[in-house]
Design a protein. Structure first.
Length: 457
């Protein structure tokens, strides 16, 4: 997010100013002009906050280099002068590109914060400690700005949401909410657990899907290269002299001719689906379609579904405080799953049933169609006994244990199948090569060498 400052004038001549954040300059200008229209303001100036590189020294000490965000060069010079430094140079940073920090860095920040909060350290002290120890530049600068904003009395939720592109939307919301709640430590612990589980699941999913897919793709390319290029160079020579070919060699040669003839069409057929799927995932409808159908994948789909319920229950447990305040936890937990289909079913079916018709939690969840029978049964028991919160935690722990165990077994099974496929392919290629090596001419008085010698003569 980029910060902007504006100055404006009311109809009576009174001058006012304000700040806001936006992703782009055009978006910021649009927001400011909309604000001006609503309040009948005349905009005088809009300034963007930039990064400035400075070089200063104090007395006879060695010059110090640093970076500071400000709206103007003059602001930086004045601030450094007030601190007793002699300003040697201040220049606007030419290129500002800050990639989001790795998920592991965010997890570490949240986890350490939770541990230090548990030790009764103030949040200001925790931020100062982590700012000094954080290695990632983007996260370090973000924590500095958050610390400065909170010291000025800014709203914690609005402050963290301003940096949702760094932390992620859900994490930013939870951290902002934690500062305003009475159970800051618990929310940080729950957020850390949520991030760890999401990271672990993505890692296991890569092992279950992406790694095997890459292995199979490389194997497929190797087979294409052998069948389409190497094999015709040898077996094709025998065909030119009308030497009878054994069955496997003849079939492989036909496959080679087919691949060469339709190489462009086959390339499009192989590459196009991946490109279409990737582009589809960028659109809202496309993501909804993918997120809905991924739950129907045999075996793996059930594990993904249960993991979504686990994430939902874990977040719901953290935020739920009573039946009168259940709508907001229901909504936020749905967003935390990261699955567009799951989220949509909760928001468009479950929540309207609860708000408009006064349906109970279990009835609303059942109508959404995204919870398993086991989860619905447990929620029903929890609703009857008044232990919904604890039930959500028990479900989260149960599905975590189940999915971790089953996903581990699935990964091992997939690895075994891939090893078997590679072995079968290598055996087939070896058999074809061995069969090709046994080819000899059938014409009397003529050897295969004679054919080849005559060809090259």
């Amino acid at each position: 997010m980029i910060e902007f400052k504006f100055t404006a004038e009311k109809a009576n001549g009174q001058k006012i100013g304000g700040t806001l954040s936006a992703d782009t300059s055009s978006e910021a200008k649009k927001k400011i002009h909309q604000l001006a229209e609503r309040n009948q303001l005349k905009i005088n100036k809009i300034e963007r906050k930039y990064s400035f590189l400075y070089r200063v020294k104090k007395g006879n000490e060695k010059p110090i280099h640093g970076e500071q965000k400000a709206y103007t060069k003059k602001e930086v010079e004045e601030a450094l002068t007030r601190l007793g430094y002699t300003v040697l140079s201040v220049n606007k940073k030419l290129f500002e590109f800050n990639s989001p920090p790795p998920t592991a860095e965010i997890v570490t920040f949240v986890k350490i914060s939770a541990e230090l909060l548990d030790q009764k350290l103030s949040y200001g002290e925790i931020l100062n400690l982590l700012i000094n120890d954080t290695q990632n530049k983007t996260l370090k600068e973000t924590l500095k700005e958050i610390n400065n904003d909170l010291k000025k009395g800014a709203d914690s939720e609005a402050t963290f949401l301003k940096y949702q592109k760094v932390f992620g939307k859900f994490t930013a919301y939870m951290l902002g909410l934690a500062s305003k709640s009475g159970n800051m430590t618990e929310i940080y612990k729950a957020t850390a657990k949520f991030l760890e589980r999401r990271q672990e699941f993505k890692k296991n999913l890569r092992s279950a899907l992406i790694s095997p897919a890459i292995t199979m793709f490389v194997l497929f390319i190797a087979i294409l290269f052998y069948v389409g290029y190497i094999f015709p160079q040898t077996a094709g020579l025998f065909e030119q002299f009308h030497i009878p070919l054994p069955p496997m060699t003849a079939f492989t040669l036909k496959m080679s001719s087919f691949l060469i003839k339709y190489k462009i069409e086959l390339s499009i057929l192989i590459i196009a689906p991946s490109i279409i799927l990737f582009q589809l995932s960028k659109t809202k409808k496309g993501k909804y379609f993918i997120d809905k159908n991924i739950l129907s994948i045999p075996v793996l789909g059930k594990l993904i579904h249960k993991t979504l319920i686990e994430v939902y229950c874990r977040v719901f447990f953290t935020l739920y405080s009573g039946s009168a305040e259940s709508i907001e936890p229901v909504r936020i937990a749905a967003e935390a799953t990261g699955n567009q289909y799951f989220e949509d079913r909760i928001k468009t079916i479950a929540i309207p049933l609860m708000v408009k018709k006064g349906a109970g939690l279990t009835e609303a969840f059942e109508a959404s169609g995204v919870f398993t029978d086991t989860a619905l049964s447990r929620f029903h028991s929890g609703e009857e006994t008044g232990t919904i919160k604890n039930t959500a935690q028990q479900l989260a722990n149960y599905y975590e244990s189940e999915t971790v165990y089953k996903l581990k077994n699935l990964i091992e099974l997939i690895q075994v199948y891939i090893a078997m496929i590679i072995m079968i392919v290598m055996i087939l290629l070896t058999l074809v090569s061995a069969e090709t090596a046994t080819i000899h001419p059938t014409a009397p008085g003529m050897s295969s060498n004679s054919y080849i010698e005559r060809y090259y003569a």
